[in-house]
Design a protein around this ligand. Structure first.
Ligand SMILES: Nc1ncnc2c1ncn2[C@@H]1O[C@H](COP(=O)(O)OP(=O)(O)O)[C@@H](O)[C@H]1O
Ligand SMILES: [Mg+2]
Length: 261
């Protein structure tokens, strides 16, 4: 029996597109996350990253394989982990506070209590001045922080984040990475983070799983032995660049099939 917080073992997922066309979205996918560990999944578009997160969140079920939370199967069970899906959208007709309290309201926390709890957290999430703003009034980074606060209020030890910074410009993205590192350092969730950004994966993670597509497979696991706390500046350091070179070698040969020179 392993001491993993989350275990995905030998998971296969097949989608059928038409009557006779099937997609092997995941083939024999296995990974694990330890308590308080930050793990990233990196891979090209369409390699099955979101599929894997949907499976862990219980939104879909695998065709075979196991998904365990602290040793117990959570296959097909929703509400066991906090999930920020790739297309997480704030309701345009709700204020920031009313958007982020949705998980609390689903747990039947009374409205006034839920709002008070969310308001108390707004400064940590850099949203203290925007409690009663509507989503259209927020910048891209603020929207993502609000979506993240909503995920945080699901209050599960394991957090799944699907390309949370994918749509942000490079500078906002860097700022958000620094912010996420601070938050994670403070709350120490076990995180499964999806990205297709090499720098982001290395900067944030304890371990990275690299995926290839058609079928979606986990090719390799890479440990990131950089010290913590980390800072976005570290991308210029020698050890960081060496790790990046190693990951890019794997990408070129394993994912894009470019022969080694
Ligand atoms: N509901 C679905 N029905 C059919 N095919 C799907 C569905 N969801 C995803 N796929 C296919 O499965 C593969 C993996 O998709 P996805 O997990 O979204 O990839 P990623 O998040 O890595 O970009 C893709 O080929 C995609 O077209
Ligand atoms: Mg995706």
């Amino acid at each position: 029996m392993s001491g993993d917080k989350l275990t995905v073992r030998g998971v296969n997922k097949i989608y059928s597109r038409d009557r006779d066309q099937i997609v092997l979205a995941l083939e024999d996918a296995s990974l694990s996350i330890q308590e308080g560990e930050f793990v990233s999944l990196i891979g090209p578009s369409g390699c099955g990253k979101s599929t894997l997160l949907d499976l862990v969140a219980g939104l879909t079920t695998p065709d075979s394989g196991e998904i365990l939370l602290a040793g117990q199967s959570i296959v097909g069970q929703r509400g066991k982990v906090s999930y920020m899906p790739q297309s997480d959208v704030l309701f345009p007709w709700c204020t920031v506070v009313d958007n982020v309290i949705i998980p609390l309201r689903l747990q039947r926390v009374p409205l006034a209590e839920a709002r008070a709890e969310a308001r108390a957290l707004l400064p940590t999430f850099g949203l203290e001045k925007f409690a009663t703003s509507y989503p259209y009034m927020l910048s891209g980074g603020m929207k993502q922080r609000a979506a993240f606060l909503r995920t945080y209020l699901c209050k599960k030890d394991v957090m799944l984040l699907d390309e949370p910074f994918g749509k942000l410009d490079a500078l906002t993205r860097m700022q958000m990475q620094g912010w996420l590192l601070d938050i994670w350092q403070r709350f120490k969730h076990s995180v499964l983070f999806v990205t297709h950004d090499v720098d982001e994966a290395i900067l944030l993670s304890d371990r990275i799983f690299l995926m290839s597509s058609s079928p979606g497979r986990i090719l390799v696991e890479m440990k990131i032995p950089l010290p913590r706390p980390r800072h976005p500046r570290m991308v210029t350091e020698k050890t960081f660049i060496e790790l990046k070179r190693e990951l890019m070698d794997w990408l070129e040969t394993g994912v894009f099939g470019i022969a080694e020179r």
